[in-house]
Each structure stands twice: as structure tokens, then as C-alpha cells.
Write a protein that binds this ligand. Structure first.
Ligand code: HEM
Ligand code: HEM
Length: 419
């Protein structure tokens, strides 16, 4: 990477570990000029304070109509990041429209509903740990934790949340993997997207006929209310969003937490013994900070030229939210920001990291993600206290995208099973 001042940083579509580049960029400033795939000029906000300010700024928008190059037709058809900009729904809505779409879901996605999912999450976790052990027994004691545990868990939980009948679950799982896959062609991805929409429409029909205490039924009730509060298209779009947004993110969090703990066994020990009041929730928060599951999230656009930490971000520029960089910003997290430390003071304050977003678009699924990850890690290490990576950290192959931050597979040796 060229680090001379003013040279834009080339975002690597092949992903890779972001932290070395992040540290170099942060040394130059809180805001960096970047080149996006397809030679599109953009910027990234990486400093913690700058990102916090930017995410909550009233003159920063998410609607694609603010993306100058796109509006002027200068973005090539099939641009790999187009979907993030142009997908319709909560993530690309602003102002009143965003409040309407979000409030319908948040009303149905209450703390009570999340808490009610706890027993089902525990049950799903237990079942998946059995599957994980079976997979390891088939394969000389080694199993891919991502494939057999960290991936099916979020999908199972979202299935519960949305009220998806058993007959549709496997298909949904497969399709949502395809939609976010970066290693399949555009035609396949498009076909998967179409089918995902069709399956979710069938789920909505089923819940319309037999409503339950689930999010889909609650959204259908909103759709059918007087005053067009939610269109059919928005209903399906919201279901797609819940599946996509809750999937890769939670998967990466679990993967990164297991890697961090295996690489810092003294800290694993502390947590297992519950010493110093350190618990699994602290592991979750420290992992979110230290190795953010969402690395660079596309896009926001300033609606006028905006100066952030001394750097001008021109109106209409596509800006990435640099979560993985902000989590290790030494000006907020101290000179040892790059050290994984579950005992870090202020660790449980959600204010200490921005990895679940900030401002109007703050992660809607945060309470669910936190509960799910806490249960999953606690159960995993209680059952397999000797669990360890089956290869070295350096041998793990990285995720091929700069949006997410994780590895492709996580081969682990389970060791003795307790229970
Ligand atoms: C560890 C897991 C998760 C992480 C790290 C995460 C991270 C994030 C981040 C960073 C954002 C803000 C994106 C931006 O605009 O810059 C976000 C938004 C969102 N997340 Fe999550 N998320 C997680 C889990 C979930 C789950 C489980 C769900 C739902 C079941 C979910 C649903 C959403 C939705 C709907 C939004 C959009 C909110 C809006 O635009 O108003 N997330 N998430
Ligand atoms: C781990 C982080 C994430 C990764 C690796 C990831 C990856 C992807 C990929 C590869 C696509 C397909 C793009 C295309 O079809 O061209 C996609 C679509 C999408 N993502 Fe993510 N994403 C992540 C996090 C999030 C979060 C936090 C949100 C919500 C705030 C989100 C919302 C969406 C939406 C709405 C779509 C479009 C779905 C559709 O096709 O209708 N993603 N994501």
C-alpha cells in the first residue's frame, strides 16, 4: 500500500485482514480517501470520534439519490457494490421514511420478544453442539466451527424470530448464503435473490393464514392496517433485510470471538472461572471492538461538503463506515488498542465501540445478537473447554470482502466433551 499523504487507499475487493492497513491509515488521519472497486472514488471514516460524529450527522444521508456518480449515470452496470446503494428499505432510507420502516419492525422486535427467544436459542445451541461433535467424530476430531455451528445458529434464530415453518428453513438458509456469497456469478446470485423473495412471500402467506407471535405476523398486521403503512414490497424487503443483516454479522462475531479466545487462553481461563467479574458478555463486547464483524459498511453521502476532523468530504461522495478501524483507534482505546483484553475498563459500555453502528441506523438486532453470541460462546466452551484451532491463525484463509471481517472456515479440534 502506498502511504504517501493524499494517495487514496485502494480498497481490496479480495478483503483480507484489515487491521494493518487500518493502523497505517489512522496514523494519517481519521478520514481517508479510498478507491472503491471499479475505480470509483470514495472516502472512509476510520477514527472513532469522527465516525461517531459522521454516523449521527444530520447532513449525512443513506438514500442513493445523494450518490452523485450514480445519479449522473457514471457507475457501470453490474458494479459489485451497487446492491448496497440501491437496495430499497430501511438501510437506504432517510428521515420520515426511515422512521416509518424502522418503527414497524422495532415495535415487533421488542426486548420482551428477544428475551422470549432465549429458551429456543439455548435449545438450538445444544442441538448444534451435538452436530458439531458428530462432524468432528466423522473427521478425525476436527470440524469446521463456522459451517457446523456459527452459521446455522443465526439462521435458526432468525427463522424463529420470523416464524418460518420447518419446511422452508433449509431452503432459506441455502439461499441467504448464496445472496451474500462473493464467489458465485451475478446470474446465480440474482436467481438466489429471486427465489429468496419467493420463499419469503410463501412464508408471509402462511403467517397471514395462521398468524403467530412472530415478526412476520406483526408486520402483516401493519401492512393490513388502514393508511398503507407498509406495502407488500416493503414487507418482503424487510424480511429479506432481517435475514441478510442478521446472518453474516453474527456468524463473523462468533468466529472472531472463538479465534480471539483460542489465541488468548489466559483470558479464556479468566472467563471460564468467572474471575474478576469477567463474563461472556465481556468477550462479546471486546470481540466487537477488537475484531469488528462488519469492517467497512457501504454507504453514506454528505448532502453538502462536510469537514470531518479537518478533512473535507465532498457532497455526494460514497463514504464507508470504517468500523474495524474505529474499534482499534488508539486515541479512544489507548495505546494498547490492538490488544484483545476482556478486562478492559468500560468494556461493557456499548459506548466504547461503534461496531453495531450509531445514530438512526444503529443495529436493530443488537439485543438479539448480543444474547445469541453470549449463549453460544458460553455453551460452546462449557461443553468443550479444551477446544482449540486445528491450524494456526496464519493458515486461516480470509473472507473475500472488505464489508465483512472474518475467515472463510474455522477448523477446530474439540477435545474432551463435558456433557
Ligand atoms: C454481531 C452481529 C451484528 C453486527 C456486528 C451488526 C452490525 C450492524 C451495523 C454496523 C449496522 C449499521 C450499518 C450502518 O448503517 O452503518 C447494523 C444495522 C442493522 N442491523 Fe445489525 N448487526 C448484527 C446483528 C444483527 C441481527 C441479528 C439483526 C436482525 C435479526 C440485525 C439487523 C439489523 C438491521 C435491520 C439494521 C439496519 C437498521 C437501520 O438501517 O435502521 N443485525 N447492524
Ligand atoms: C459481515 C458483514 C456483511 C457482509 C460480508 C455482507 C455482504 C453482503 C453481500 C456480498 C451482499 C450481496 C450484494 C449483491 O447482491 O451484489 C449483501 C447484500 C445486502 N446486505 Fe450485507 N453484508 C454484511 C453486513 C450487512 C449489514 C450489517 C446489513 C444491514 C444493515 C446488510 C444489509 C444488506 C442488504 C439489505 C443487502 C441486499 C439484499 C438483497 O439483495 O435484497 N449487510 N451483503
Amino acid at each position: 500500500m502506498d502511504t504517501s499523504p493524499g494517495t487514496p487507499h485502494r480498497m481490496d475487493p479480495a478483503g483480507g485482514c484489515p487491521h494493518a492497513d487500518n493502523a497505517r491509515l489512522l496514523e494519517r488521519g481519521a478520514v481517508a480517501a479510498v478507491v472503491l472497486p471499479g475505480e470509483v472514488e470514495g472516502m472512509a471514516v476510520l477514527g472513532h470520534e469522527a465516525l461517531k460524529e459522521f454516523l449521527a450527522h444530520p447532513e449525512v444521508a443513506k438514500g442513493a439519490e445523494h450518490f452523485t456518480e450514480l445519479r449522473e449515470g457514471r457507475i457501470a452496470p453490474g458494479w459489485p457494490l451497487a446492491t448496497f446503494a440501491t437496495v430499497r428499505g430501511m438501510t437506504t432510507a432517510d428521515g420520515e421514511d426511515h422512521r416509518r420502516l424502522r418503527s414497524l419492525v422495532s415495535k415487533a422486535f421488542t426486548a420482551r420478544r428477544v428475551e422470549e427467544l432465549r429458551p429456543r436459542i439455548e435449545e438450538l445451541t445444544a442441538g448444534l453442539l451435538d452436530d458439531l461433535r458428530a462432524a468432528a467424530e466423522r473427521d478425525g476430531g476436527v470440524a469446521d466451527l463456522r459451517r457446523h455451528f456459527a452459521m446455522p445458529l443465526p439462521m435458526g434464530v432468525i427463522g424463529e424470530l420470523l416464524g418460518v415453518d420447518a419446511e422452508h428453513r433449509d431452503r432459506l438458509h441455502h439461499l441467504s448464503n448464496q445472496v451474500v456469497a462473493t464467489d458465485i456469478g451475478p446470474e446465480k446470485a440474482l436467481a438466489a435473490n429471486r427465489e429468496l423473495v419467493a420463499v419469503l412471500a410463501a412464508v408471509a402467506v402462511a403467517r397471514g393464514e395462521r398468524p403467530g407471535d412472530d415478526l412476520t405476523s406483526a408486520l402483516i398486521a401493519a401492512r393490513d392496517e388502514e393508511g398503507d403503512r407498509l406495502s407488500q414490497e416493503e414487507l418482503i424487503g424487510t424480511l429479506v433485510l432481517m435475514i441478510i443483516a442478521g446472518h453474516e454479522t453474527t456468524l463473523n462475531l462468533l468466529t472472531n470471538a472463538v479465534r480471539a479466545l483460542c489465541g488468548h487462553r489466559d483470558q479464556l481461563e479468566l472467563v471460564m472461572k468467572g474471575e474478576g467479574g469477567v463474563g461472556w458478555a465481556d468477550v462479546v463486547e471486546e470481540t466487537l471492538r477488537w475484531d469488528a464483524p462488519v469492517s467497512y459498511f457501504p454507504f453514506r453521502y454528505p448532502v453538502r461538503d462536510l469537514t470531518v476532523d479537518g478533512t473535507v468530504i465532498p457532497k455526494g461522495t460514497p463514504v464507508l463506515a470504517g468500523y474495524s478501524a474505529a474499534g482499534r483507534d488508539p486515541s479512544v482505546h489507548g495505546p494498547d488498542a490492538d490488544r484483545f483484553d476482556v478486562t478492559r475498563p468500560g468494556r461493557s459500555g456499548a459506548t466504547r465501540h461503534l461496531s453495531l453502528g450509531h445514530g438512526a441506523h444503529y443495529c436493530l438486532g443488537a439485543p438479539l445478537a448480543r444474547m445469541e453470541a453470549t449463549i453460544a460462546l458460553e455453551r460452546l466452551f462449557t461443553r468443550f473447554p479444551d477446544l482449540d484451532l486445528a491450524v494456526t491463525e496464519a493458515e486461516l484463509s480470509r473472507h473475500s470482502s472488505f464489508v465483512g471481517n472474518s475467515v472463510r472456515a474455522l477448523p477446530v479440534r474439540l477435545g474432551t466433551s463435558h456433557g
